[in-house]
Design a protein around this ligand. Structure first.
Ligand code: IVH
Length: 635
């Protein structure tokens, strides 16, 4: 490829990575291309769908090192400096953000974009849990930079339908949404690592200051004096990276002294006083024995490659995710192919490349089944997903729903795993969710201890643990139902909003729309779930067997705890959604309509007609100023 073609190719990969939140090649392959072309790029121009934000201090990239000698080279260049102190931090595999505070209020948040202009994602960033919106006692301008990411367990929960490729791309796609509600429904997190506008003299002090201000700062860091100490940190974090729970792709070494960093300046791409020491990618080459098609809880068919087992970076990999039919076609994956497999974090390995030269001639293309491999029902095509249409009688779907129901993130019934579900299903004792709580009754007429492996003790333990879960919190109850897009995070939002099972059960669409973090997709899914009479019956049946407890608010002594609050008009000191979120975080319920159930009515500028109604009903009316004081617990 000539240099121009290479540059075009790199541009295309940049757009895919930064704009579409996807990638066709691995990071390592990208780095090789960039090296070949000798180009220096930082991200890609901001997407025109967003407003632009100019970065007063450019958001640069970092030079990379892969081997010890490259780290030594970096230090050598700085050698005229005595007693160099280097701070080592994990390199979080997410996307960078900048958050600007004026007089202690978050006024703007942006992505990196091309380093000079980023995308305005203020409303989206404001939904990130733990990203402080108010910094008490801070005057003037302060800019905080860091990395937004998704934890691997959150990614797996979010990605039950295999619609996303990896945590980084999902985090990026989630922050760069036009609808902040979608961002709010994704459990994004962040780590802050830089501060512009502070008085700190070292990066170490910056990290401490960020912590003091209430930002999330990564707990791993070390001050090193030489290359051995730096590599000791690198190796330690490399060996333990699987325990972190989120992906990191290397370590960043930075000169601790900020004045020195400043003096060294930067090239047009990267600062001279810092470098990223990247981890080697965990790849392996193996063969696909067979392509299996699994049926998930919501009926989605997922192709999985069964591999000749291979050890990649210390973990034996036997399966890789092929996501969906489009992915198989795009990569042209066939049974018997030799493939490159990548393992990243806890996420199920994926196939990055097919070695087409190793394919024997006449190997047929893989044909995606047009009936459910379990129950042979017709499949339905929904965007990229293909689903079995037989929601209530397909054995695979029923079993997956049951497994989900007893799993740790749902009812968490100890001693009730996948095996037991399959066992009771085959015996005909558990065929629907409510059968779980009727098991004790059913066993009175069934001699289980005759079955292999089931002693009296085991049976009584299992029944005890089922009984112990007959009291359950509302959020767990909701997330256990296996409603598409209603995982633990959304279930918590719903449970907090409605407070009790009865309130939630009689929810209407309008009220659902007023909940921050509950968007159209979720509402459609709830409506379609409850439009099936089998589901309505299942929920009612379950509720009659259980004691469903309201979710306790985290600040029960707040004046808003358990109270219903309605807003009208424009607030001057903050966004309406932010105020609503604060009420909810104090255990209050935000509603859009005034009724005699309303406890507080907050009035902003140009109030609507609701004000008259509130006055008539004698609801307690709060000015914005009064509301702010109550929120802070000052009155
Ligand atoms: S310092 C000049 N510290 O890595 C940029 N960056 O390849 C200095 N990153 O754009 C950033 N963890 O998105 C820094 N602890 C960390 C980091 C980190 C992840 C990202 C960041 C940056 C990219 C550079």
């Amino acid at each position: 490829m000539n240099k121009n073609a290479l540059q075009e190719e790199i541009k295309r990969h940049n757009e895919l990575y930064y704009r579409e939140n996807t990638q066709e090649i691995t990071d390592a392959e990208y780095d090789m291309l960039a090296k070949k072309a000798g180009i220096q790029t930082v991200g890609t121009a901001p997407d025109r769908r967003f407003l632009e934000v100019e970065h007063i201090v450019p958001m640069l990239s970092l030079d990379k090192a892969h081997e010890r000698d490259e780290v030594e080279e970096f230090l050598k260049k700085l050698l005229n400096v005595h007693e160099l102190e280097i701070i080592c931090e994990p390199k979080i595999d997410g996307l960078s953000f900048s958050a600007i505070y004026e007089d202690g209020r978050l006024v703007k948040a942006a992505t990196r974009g091309d380093g000079h202009y980023g995308e305005d994602v203020t409303k989206n960033a404001a939904t990130i849990e733990g990203l402080t919106k108010v910094l008490p006692d801070v005057k003037g301008r302060l800019e905080v930079r860091g990395e937004v990411y998704l934890r691997n367990d959150d990614f797996l929960k979010l990605n039950k339908d295999n619609q996303f490729s990896n945590p980084r791309n999902t985090a990026s796609g989630s922050l760069r949404q036009l609808d902040p509600e979608i961002t709010a429904s994704r459990p994004l997190r962040y780590f802050a690592y830089s501060l512009i506008g502070g008085a700190e003299k070292t990066q170490f002090e910056v990290l401490n200051k960020l912590k003091e201000l209430g930002f999330c700062v990564n707990e791993h860091q070390c001050l090193a004096k030489n290359v051995d100490e730096m590599l000791k940190f690198y190796n330690r974090i490399y060996d333990n990276r699987h325990e972190l729970g989120y992906d990191i792709d290397g370590v960043v070494y930075k000169i601790n002294n900020l004045e020195l960093q400043d003096r060294l300046g930067s090239t047009n791409k990267a600062p001279r006083g810092a470098i990223a020491h990247k981890f080697p990618a965990a790849y392996g080459k193996t063969k696909i024995e067979k392509i299996l098609v699994q049926v998930g809880r919501t009926g989605q068919l997922t192709p999985i490659a069964q591999l000749v087992p291979i050890n990649i970076g210390g973990v034996v990999v036997t399966r890789a995710n092929l996501y969906n039919q489009d992915e198989i076609e795009r990569k042209d994956v066939r049974e018997g192919d030799v493939v490159v497999v990548q393992r990243a974090g806890d996420v199920i390995p994926k196939i990055v490349e097919v070695d087409k030269n190793a394919r024997s001639p006449n190997v047929p293309k893989f044909i995606f089944p047009n009936t459910c491999p379990e129950c042979e029902s017709e499949v339905q095509i929904e965007e990229a997903a293909i689903r079995c249409s037989n929601e209530f009688t397909c054995k695979a779907q029923i079993i997956e729903k049951l497994k989900h129901f007893v799993s740790k993130e749902a009812f968490d019934i100890t001693g009730f795993g996948d095996k037991q579900i399959e066992f009771f299903y085959d015996l005909g004792l558990i065929r629907k969710i409510s059968d779980i709580f009727a098991l004790e009754e059913k066993l009175k007429n069934f001699n289980l201890s005759k079955q292999e492996g089931w002693g009296e003790k085991l049976i009584s333990n299992l029944l005890n643990s089922i009984n112990s879960r007959k009291t359950i919190t509302l959020d767990r109850f909701i997330s256990s139902l296996g409603i598409q897009y209603v995982g633990p995070h959304v279930a918590k939002l719903l449970a907090k909003h409605y407070g009790s099972y009865e309130n939630w059960y009689s929810a209407d669409e309008e009220e659902l729309m007023s909940i921050i973090g509950v968007g159209e997709k979720i509402i459609d899914s709830l409506i379609s779930f409850f439009s099936e009479k089998d589901n309505v019956e299942m929920v009612k049946n379950l509720a009659s067997q259980l004691k469903i407890e309201p979710v306790s608010a985290n600040v029960s002594n707040s004046i808003f705890s358990g109270k219903t609050v309605v807003f009208t008009g424009k607030l001057l000191t903050r966004e309406r959604k932010e105020a609503q979120a604060e009420v909810e975080s104090l255990g209050g319920i935000v509603s859009s309509g005034v009724s005699n159930k309303t406890d507080f009515f907050v009035v902003g500028e140009k109030p609507g007609s609701k004000l008259e109604k509130a006055k008539k009903l004698g609801v307690k009316i709060l000015t914005e100023e009064k509301f702010n004081k109550l929120i802070l617990g000052e009155e």
